[in-house]
Design a protein around this ligand. Structure first.
Ligand code: TRP
Ligand code: ZN
Length: 477
């Protein structure tokens, strides 16, 4: 499903998308006022390839709403080659005779639309596809893209690489914010969430892992095929794909929640303490954020370099090298908190990244207080002191994963909590997730809900704390 940007900026679009997200459009919730949508070029402009994301103008593709990805890849870590085919079920949201997908690296060999082989142009980072028949808004299309590549992590405007990584024992992906398109032709923007089926073929003896439930596992000659199903709406940047010598560790969490983790076979004993933190942390956060938003949770411990932690949906990704060094309580609680903030409710535009990072940081601060490390008040006061110039609400691409999104953003939330009080603050967080799970939302949507819950105008508050280059130096009292 798709939300938030140019493609849904009409009232009708917003209503339709809200109902897809499981929110009854006739309920009493006000339809959030749309932010001033960045101007995009007219539809007939061949350069109109993106959905108007100010930070990543190339990302996303106008006129399409993906409902399901069938990702079928064969991968051998020894040769580091992907042989892929992706089957994309989508709906047109505009009349179009051609569409684009994001693809930066994949070498496309064939495109089939509704069973008909069609012409395409690989115009990196766009894959331009001619529709065999003129498409009308509302039409359902099935687009199959066959491709291959030798994947490498690619530089991103955030100042770090992202994409597909070959690791000592296999591989992993780290897609945030624009790495999915480097190994998978897709609609690579967080405003379009979809369901997924992953069918991953690896040499016999290796495990292949992706988001969701293990649907099937079979041997085919000297290969193994692993099928994973993610049925809950997911953004491309939250995809998890791992290959390696993994053991699948199943368990049961609070109120019967399914737990499914993957740990390198050689690390099973060493990772037990990390596995044991899941239930108490889920129980703790549920008190404040509401019910855990997905069908299952888990952790995936890869053989990557250290310093890697990512809130891949339903199963967070970590590096084995970061465990045993004292930061694991922070990392584990941070990525778990993201399941509510970022994964269940996803930013509609990358400039809204504080909706992810500030909230996950506030979550880990709450957990660290809970285990007796540092109070939230002390952590927030320290963060306020160290805040640098720049507004949390309007980062540049290079600042998206910087201090003012994380600790500096937690400052904004702490100030909001002091402004509206604990009851309203935690009601707000719970309603934010309960009412928007499965959807993509903007900062303006959050502000509108905050005003609704608090029963007061908060534009002056957010202007001071979220949008000003320098925040106040004292918290509200
Ligand atoms: N979202 C990650 C977090 O939990 C941070 C992150 C984003 C990241 N992109 C990355 C980490 C790329 C490593 C590499 O805070
Ligand atoms: Zn984070």
């Amino acid at each position: 499903m798709l939300c938030g940007l140019a493609a849904c900026s009409t009232d009708a679009g917003v209503t339709a998308r809200r109902s897809e997200a499981g929110v009854d459009p006739t309920d009493s919730q006000p339809v959030p006022t749309q932010p001033t949508t960045p101007q995009t070029a007219p539809i007939d402009d061949p350069n109109r390839d993106g959905v108007g994301d100010v930070l990543f103008p190339e990302l996303g593709n106008p006129g399409i709403d993906v409902t399901h990805y069938g990702v079928a890849i064969a991968y051998d870590p020894a040769t580091d080659v992907i042989d892929g085919a992706v089957t994309i079920d989508l709906e047109l949201t505009e009349d179009r005779d051609a569409i684009t997908l994001d693809a930066q690296g994949p070498e496309v060999t064939e495109v089939v639309v509704n069973g008909t082989t069609t012409t395409f142009l690989m115009d990196d980072p766009e894959l331009r596809i001619d529709l065999p028949d003129k498409g009308r808004s509302g039409d359902s299309l099935q687009v199959v893209v066959r491709y291959g590549l030798h994947p490498y992590p690619q530089p991103s405007a955030i100042g770090m690489n992202n994409g597909w990584y070959n690791s000592p024992g296999g591989s992993y992906v780290l897609n945030e914010p624009d790495g999915a398109r480097t190994w998978l032709p897709c609609n690579d923007h967080p405003s379009d969430k979809a369901a997924y089926t992953f069918t991953i073929t690896v040499p016999a003896g290796l495990t292949a892992v992706a988001n969701g439930a293990l649907g099937d596992h079979r041997t085919e000659g000297d290969h193994e095929v692993w099928v994973w199903e993610e049925t809950q709406p997911m953004a491309t940047y939250l995809i998890q794909v791992l290959t390696g010598d993994y053991e699948v560790v199943e368990g049961t969490g609070p109120h019967g929640l399914e737990l499914l983790s993957v740990v390198l076979r050689s690390d099973l004993a060493a990772m037990q303490p990390a596995l044991d933190t899941m239930s108490p942390q889920i129980e703790f956060f549920e008190q404040f954020f509401g019910p855990y938003p997905f069908d299952r949770y888990g952790i995936a411990m890869t053989d990557s370099f250290g310093g890697l932690a990512m809130e891949t949906q339903g199963r967070s990704l970590f590096s084995r090298d970061d465990f045993g060094f004292g930061v694991q309580q922070m990392l584990l609680s941070h990525e778990l908190a993201h399941q509510w903030f970022g994964d269940a409710v996803t930013p509609a535009r990358w400039q809204d990244i504080w909706l992810n990072e500030a909230f996950a940081t506030y979550g880990h601060m709450m957990w660290l207080e809970h285990i007796g490390e540092q109070t939230v008040g002390a952590a927030a006061a320290e963060a306020l002191m160290f805040r640098s110039f720049g507004a949390t609400g309007t980062p540049g691409a290079a600042e998206m994963f910087g201090y003012n999104s994380y600790e500096g953003g937690a400052v904004v939330l702490h100030a909001l909590r002091l402004q509206i009080g604990d009851d309203a603050f935690f009601t707000l967080l719970q309603r934010w997730v309960a009412e928007n799970n499965g959807a993509s939302r903007t900062t303006q949507d959050f502000i509108a809900l905050a005003e609704d819950v608090a029963g007061e105008r908060l534009s002056a508050f957010f202007d001071e704390w979220l949008f000003a280059g320098r925040t106040p130096t004292q918290f509200p009292r």
